[in-house]
Each structure stands twice: as C-alpha cells, then as structure tokens.
Design a protein around this ligand. Structure first.
Ligand code: HSE
Length: 428
C-alpha cells in the first residue's frame, strides 16, 4: 500500500471531532477505499485541554494554525474553524502557498473569497475541496461537479438551512409564534453564534453562491443573490399558507432564463404536498434540473457531527485517490461574472397586509396593486383585530419588481399598519 496521507486538522469543534471519530473508527475501510492509510498527524484548536470525548493524545498539537500548515508531516490541511476572514482565511492561503491540498467546510470563506482562493489553488496545483460547506451530509457538490457534469443545468433550488426549516415547521406543527420557536432553537443549540447568519438567510445564500458557481460556471458572488430572511414570517403567514395548502420554506433558487441567471434566497411558498413542502425539521433538500436528467432531488441531513464529517472525509478520500478537479468545476479563467437577472421570472405572489379597518381601505390597496400592474387572483380577509383587518392576496403571475412597486404604492396609501409581507409562490 502507498504512503499514508497525513492530515493536519485546524478546528476541533463538532465537525472536527466527528472527523477524528470517523478516522479512528473506520481506519481500515478508509485505507482500502483511498488506496492508502489516512492518518492525522497534527491538530490545532482554541483549547488544548477541553474534553471533547475523543482521544487526541496521539497527534501533535499546534497553537497556531499557520504553523500547523507548515509542518513537514502534514500533506493535507483540513480547515474546520469557520469564519469568513481571520484565521480560516490565513490558514487556507498559507496552505495553498505551501503547496498543500485543503479540505474545508467553510461556506462563508468560499462564498466571499472563493474566486481568489480557487485561482491561487489552481496556480499552485493543489486541491481545494468543500463538500461539507453545502447541505451537510448531502453530496451535492460531487453530484453537480461529477455525476451531473454532462448536463446543462437550468435550475438549482432547495432548502439549505436546517435551522430555518426547523423554525418554520415547528411554528406550523406547534402553532407557536416565531419568537418562541427562535428561542427554542437557541436553547437547543441549533443557531449559529451569530443567529442572523441563519434567520437572515445569509448562511443559506453562502451555500447557494457555491452551488451556482458550479452549476452555471459563474464566479462565486454572494452579492449577486437577493437575500431575505425569515424574521418577518409570522404565525399568521404560516396559518394562511396552510389554508392555501402551501408551506413556507426559506428557498434558494438559482434559475437560468433567456435573460440571465436569477438568484434569490428568500421565504417562498411551495405546495404542501410537494417534496419541498413535505420537508420537515433540520433536513435539507436540493433540486437540480438539467437538460439530460430533467430533475434530481437530493435530501438529507444538512448539519451535525456525523453528516458534515462524512462530507469532509469524502473529499479527503478523493484527494488520497489522486482525484484533482477544478475548484468550481471548470478552470477559474472560464468562470463568467454572475450578472444577476433580478425580477425577470413571473410567478404568483403572496402578499399579507394589515389594513386599517375603515371604509375604502381595501379599495385603495387594490388600486395601488392595479397601478403597479399587479393583478389579484384570490383574496382572503382574516379575523379583525380591533381596528385592523389582516388581508392575504394571491396575485396572478408577476415579477418581483412589480410586487416591490405595488408594496410601496400600497404603503403610500396610508391605510396599512406596518409593511406588507411578500413571498413568491414556487411551483415545485
Ligand atoms: N446553521 C446551518 C444550518 C448549519 O442550520 O443549516 C450548517 O451550515
């Protein structure tokens, strides 16, 4: 058997510990599948003494991630520290500069600096792999960049943040308001250290940035994605959606039309009985549409120790086997700018507004929508709350720009309490 592949692991949190466990538990299997032993030689984390429930005494300890990278007995660097800048970026750059392969789970780093890092990796002739950065244990990067590489992809969409999906499904199942479920998720440890990464849609948009780059051959560009979080979704929205046999999902959509690439991460409504509508709790789902396959649906655990470590070790085995792939599926110089085609695709929209309950209020809102070119398909008025009347409108197909215009005209009428909540209805 060939010489071992020697790993330096930076970061021993949930995923790092999961990786150590897999390598210790499955050493024989890994060696068979990789064609060579996979060994950990050195580790680096914030605390040396913390009890992590795994034995790391056999590995050299480094306090400084960059020193870990420079060790002669480290061939491959595993970056599991997280963070868009700081030590994770310094470590990744140092590893590439030292000619070492890198495996990372860091979606923020790659979504924000992926183009530069990919260029550097390509120039240095090293691998930079990131399966664990998107949808946890689902091998979606591999599916797009290898199994489906022969397809012209027309659409990648899905639920890519388990915490948001947990919050939305728990609100519906338990009939609880957003604030209560958010606090529950916090107590359960589901939220990122900065919860806005989850509920603001940013974490999921980082993931969509990476999928888009591979699927459509564009430069990873987080800013090209129109991102809206779930913070304004109320229990009234959840109930109104259920009334309409729809469910609310934080849905990432990257769709190629004749006019360009439309990319958004936002709460959307999907049919309740569709695969996306049926998705419960922290599970992720990615739907890929291509000219040869029509549709492939991948579903699985989007986070957690085992699933994320499974994705990391998959990348490590590929590198041990000698597999060398372009970071984003094709040479960096051929990736096109991700020019966003906002507002091109017409869809039905859900609008929830709270009106002052006085004569003519609804007529003013209807006129505002008409003036924006938005046509009403269905409308429901829910139980009055004192002097307020909650109204849900389903429009005929229209664009995001028209909806934004309609919402601002409706606000200007002075008959609304608060801002309208608008969500596209995505056919599954
Ligand atoms: N906070 C993320 C989620 C973890 O809830 O999906 C994996 O990125």
């Amino acid at each position: 058997m060939s010489s071992p592949l020697r790993l330096g692991i930076a970061g021993l949190g949930t995923v790092g510990v999961g990786l150590v466990r897999i390598i210790q538990r499955n050493a024989d299997l890994l060696a068979l599948r990789a064609g060579r032993p996979i060994e950990i030689t050195a580790v680096c984390a914030r605390s040396r003494t913390r009890n992590r429930g795994v034995d790391i005494s056999g590995y050299a300890w480094e306090d400084d991630p960059v020193t870990l990278v420079r060790r002669d007995d480290v061939d491959l660097v595993v970056e599991l520290m997280g963070g868009e800048n700081g030590p994770a970026k310094a470590l990744t750059e140092a590893a590439i500069a030292a000619g070492k392969d890198v495996v990372t789970a860091n979606k923020a780093l790659l979504a924000m600096h992926g183009l530069d890092l990919a260029r550097a990796a390509e120039e240095a002739g090293v691998a930079l792999r990131f399966e664990a950065a998107v949808a946890g244990g689902i091998p979606v990067i591999k599916a797009l960049s290898e199994g489906l590489a022969g397809n012209r992809i027309s659409c990648v969409k899905g639920v890519m943040n388990g915490t948001c999906n947990y919050i939305l499904t728990r609100m519906e199942d338990a009939g609880l308001p957003y604030e209560t479920v958010f606090e529950e998720a916090n107590q359960l440890g589901y939220l990122e250290a900065d919860p806005t990464l989850d509920v603001g849609g940013i974490d999921a948009a980082h993931k969509l940035t990476l999928l888009s780059a591979i699927a459509f051959g564009v430069q990873p560009d987080f800013d090209a994605i129109t991102t809206t979080g779930i913070e304004r979704i109320s229990i009234e929205d959840i109930r109104a959606a259920a009334d309409l046999r729809l469910r609310i999902k934080l849905l990432g959509v990257a769709r190629l039309s004749g006019r360009g690439l439309e990319q958004s991460m936002s709460p959307c409504l999907v049919p309740a009985d569709s695969p996306l509508g049926q998705l419960k709790g922290g599970t992720n789902m990615v739907v890929i549409e291509g000219d040869a396959i029509e549709q492939v649906i991948l579903r699985g655990p989007g986070a957690g120790e085992g699933p994320t470590a499974s994705a990391v070790i998959g990348d490590i085995i590929d590198i041990a086997r000698g597999l060398r792939l372009p970071v984003f599926g094709q040479p960096v110089a051929t990736l096109q700018p991700a020019v966003s085609a906002r507002a091109t695709a017409a869809k039905p929209w859900y609008l929830r507004m709270t009106l002052l309950d006085k004569p003519g209020a609804l007529a003013k809102v209807a006129e505002a929508l008409g003036n924006a070119g938005v046509s009403i398909n269905r409308m429901r008025q829910y139980g009055h709350e004192d002097t307020r009347a909650p109204v849900v409108i389903i429009t005929h197909k229209t664009t995001r720009d028209a909806i934004d215009h309609a919402a601002s005209l409706a606000l200007a009428t002075g008959v609304l309490v608060g801002e309208p909540v608008a969500m596209a209805i995505e056919a599954d």
